[in-house]
Design a binder for this molecule. Structure first.
Ligand code: DP6
Length: 362
């Protein structure tokens, strides 16, 4: 598929007024997206576990105007309160998708959004937020074009979400989602995320992710700035190649369920992501001393007990602790006794792999 496939056909219906709600999850990348080209095209393929509990719920109320306006006409409520400072991000998103959703300026929109996780948790809400909004926009488009097939709906929702925030395209459908063209995965695309099509060993079906909130403050360097620093980065080409190799290796692991290989790949990806940050110009460090304390404790515990517990990191100081459900009781005990002390206000979130976004009936 190409970008052109997402341009709409003439709409068959007129819709005046309505309300749509979607709940979309966050996701945690195993092979990381870090570096992008123009139009939100990733420099390398990535793959993520969809989360279950960390999610955004967004309601889009729409009302057709007498004539389309010059600018996008919307109000934004975050957790019940008007949020002016989120508006520029949404305006940028609408501008990027306008070509593919030309009906947007015909409506007055009210967007009401809330997260299941605390606002200042350091958990990026762009993935769940942008995917929930993209799905609402798609549901409105489907009202205008009721014949739209479900597969196309999901693909276009992911395509639009990507234009809002790259990783958001992996938060539409499926437990494991690949984004970015990879030779070994025929259905993969740079334009949208697809549910990982290969065989997945049952050990991964209910994988757990406990998120340790090490630092709840705002990041000193945003992801977009970080992505841009991959342009002209001395190790960029090697890194992009490595991501292809790691994704290929991970597809074998998904099939065999070999947790030693899984843990090695996932931790190496996390540390490589942060080493890209540390070796860019300007360089920066998003890990905190407690991030390292936790990593060392996890390694020590794994060495001592043989438990299949590993970590990954996103673009921040928080640590995602990954482990199979069958060991969750004992591992959660370890987390509570030995790791939670390193979290800000001892806060952590228990999550696990989930199925993707779902529509909520209004
Ligand atoms: C480290 O998707 O937040 O979490 O496309 O600029 O919005 P933008 O970036 P974003 O980057 C996420 C980077 C990451 C790795 C990943 O999720 O793959």
């Amino acid at each position: 598929m190409t970008e052109k496939d997402f341009l709409p056909q003439p709409y068959t219906k007129v819709v005046n007024k309505g309300s749509i709600t979607w709940q979309a999850p966050s996701n945690i990348a195993l092979v990381k997206y870090w570096g992008k080209k123009e139009h939100q095209i990733p420099a390398n393929p990535s793959v993520s576990f969809t989360l279950n509990n960390c999610k955004t719920t967004t309601t889009l109320n729409y009302e057709k105007k007498k004539s389309p306006s010059q600018d996008f006409d919307f109000e934004l409520y975050f957790e019940g309160k008007i949020k002016e400072d989120f508006k520029p991000k949404i305006t940028t998103f609408f501008k990027r998708i306008e070509h593919y959703c030309p009906f947007l300026k015909e409506y007055h929109l009210t967007i009401k959004t809330e997260n299941s996780f605390p606002h200042s948790s350091g958990i990026a809400s762009s993935a769940s937020g942008m995917s929930a909004l993209a799905l609402c926009v798609m549901s409105l488009e489907k009202e205008l074009d009721p014949g739209m097939a479900e597969e196309f709906f999901n693909r276009k929702a992911s395509f639009l979400a990507r234009l809002g925030s790259g990783s958001a395209c992996r938060s539409i459908k499926g437990k494991i989602v690949v984004w970015g063209k990879h030779d070994g995965i025929a259905s993969s695309s740079d334009l949208f995320g697809v549910e990982y099509p290969g065989k997945v060993h049952e050990i991964f079906h209910n994988y757990q992710d406990t998120i340790l909130l090490v630092d709840k403050g705002t990041k000193q360097v945003s992801s977009s700035v970080g992505h841009n620093l991959m342009h002209g980065h001395p190790f960029a080409e090697a890194r992009f190649k490595q991501a292809h190799k790691n994704l290929e290796a991970l597809t074998n692991v998904f099939q065999t369920g070999d947790l030693d290989d899984f843990m090695e790949l996932v931790e190496s990806e996390a540390l490589t992501l942060h080493s890209m940050m540390m070796s860019s110009r300007p360089y920066f460090i998003l890990m905190k001393p407690n991030t390292l304390e936790i990593i060392n404790k996890i390694w020590e515990y794994r060495e001592r007990t043989g438990m299949p517990i590993c970590f990954t990191l996103d673009a921040g100081a928080n640590v995602h602790v990954l482990y199979p459900e069958k060991h969750s009781e004992i591992i959660l005990e370890f987390i509570k006794n030995e790791l939670v002390a390193y979290c800000e206000n001892e806060q952590y979130l228990c999550d696990r792999i989930g199925d993707g976004a779902r529509r909520i009936e209004n």
